[in-house]
Ligand binder design. Structure first.
Ligand code: ISJ
Length: 379
């Protein structure tokens, strides 16, 4: 082509293609900005939940739209600004509405099932490998809520959780009760070639009688969670695992035996930690901890006050206080909400005499899941 020959004018198709390339690049920039916006809104959602504030703030949305309409100087119609930002608000509200909850993972544990039961499937779950990790996630603000097991109907109190409750200032804001049906799982669906069974120590204890009777030759190995047991059994064919059906599905294991827990009415109570304090519902639980320096007198006074006000003790645990001069720290759940007048009055009576009294939370009592209600009324 000589210098005098002009390049042919771009075709309509070429011009559209060039504009589309530019739109693709602008969209990529917009997406990056929208992601940043959504991250800010998610942080606002966390703060709102901490402060007990509602997600939806219509006055703030109207003022954003009014500002943007004024800034667009007519380049965009007001109704278009409103509908574009309306879509952004709706996405950011939806993301703020889904709370995050840390639980003892990995996926497939009973704690995950309890978490989903309480928060619904939209919850953003955050699996941690240890109970310490779950508490740390909450105290470091990496999650809004945490769900931890507190007691099992066969094996009793989960003492590690109680000790962590004493160490962390995590407010208790809810409880969940769940039927626990343990299954023996293996990759092949049989125990051929299997020489050990992995499970959380609680599950090994809850299935002790069944294992003694039906699988005495299997070496019992405690691991951090039932989900971890199932995950490892999927990787090592010579290991079986005790876990629930969701873990079998999750790790593609087969069920060797179902409902192997020694007590058919086996259930676990879980605590929800974090978030604003719930209002009284008329059927609540208040959790306390205290460390009597004068054991007998202080305890006698506690039970005297509770008897006088007809307040039932729903749960009691005693742990080494791990503090000089204080042998034990006690944990007690009372029936009633800390702001119910009779519970308030009892706490006022107790505060001056019960050493180290702390209210760990006041929250609605759980209703047992259908599975437990069925089994406790029937088989
Ligand atoms: C992000 C917030 O929450 C909601 C979402 C808004 C947004 O996406 O800008 C604005 C108001 C609220 O309805 C907020 O309150 O600022």
């Amino acid at each position: 082509m000589t210098p005098l020959e002009l390049a042919p004018p771009p075709t309509v198709d070429d011009a559209i293609a060039a504009c589309r390339t530019r739109i693709d690049s602008i969209d990529a920039d917009l997406l990056a900005l929208i992601v940043q916006r959504v991250e800010c809104a998610t942080e606002i959602g966390r703060l709102k939940r901490r402060g007990g504030l509602p997600v939806y703030h219509p006055a703030r949305e109207s003022s954003i739209i009014a500002n943007l309409c004024a800034r667009s100087h007519g380049a965009l119609r007001d109704d278009h600004v409103a509908s574009i930002w309306g879509a952004l608000f709706s996405a950011s509200r939806a993301l703020q509405g889904a709370p995050s909850a840390a639980f003892l993972g990995p996926a497939g544990t009973f704690t995950e099932a309890a978490t989903r039961q309480f928060f619904g499937d939209a919850v953003r779950t955050d699996a941690r490998e240890t109970l310490e990790g779950v508490f740390a996630a909450l105290s470091e603000g990496e999650t809004e809520f945490a769900v931890v097991p507190i007691e099992n109907s066969t094996e009793g109190t989960i003492t590690r959780t109680v000790d962590l409750l004493a160490q962390h200032a995590a407010p208790i804001t809810g409880e969940i009760e769940q039927a626990i049906v343990h299954c023996l799982l293996s990759a092949s669906g049989s125990l051929e070639g299997v020489d050990c069974v992995l499970a959380h120590e609680q599950a090994l204890a809850q299935c002790r009688g069944w294992l003694d009777a039906h699988a005495p030759r299997l070496r019992r190995i405690a691991v951090s969670s039932n989900g971890a047991a199932a995950r490892e059994a999927a990787e090592h064919g010579h290991c079986a695992a005790i876990a629930g059906e969701p873990a079998a599905l999750r790790y593609r294991l087969r069920i060797v035996a179902r409902a192997i827990q020694d007590d058919p009415n086996n259930y676990t109570r879980f605590l929800v930690l974090g978030g604003p304090s719930p209002e009284p519902t008329g059927n609540d639980r208040t959790s306390l901890s205290f460390a009597p320096s004068d054991g007998t007198d202080e305890l006698a006074h506690l039970f005297g006050v509770l008897a006088q006000r007809q307040i039932d003790v729903l749960w009691l645990a005693v742990r080494p206080a791990r503090a000089a001069g204080l042998p034990y720290r006690y944990f007690a759940d009372l029936h009633g909400h800390a702001s119910d007048p009779h519970v308030r009055a009892a706490l006022d009576d107790l505060a001056p005499t019960l050493s180290g009294l702390r209210v760990l939370g006041a929250y609605p009592r759980a209703r047992l899941t259908d599975a437990v209600c069925r089994s406790s009324s029937g088989h």
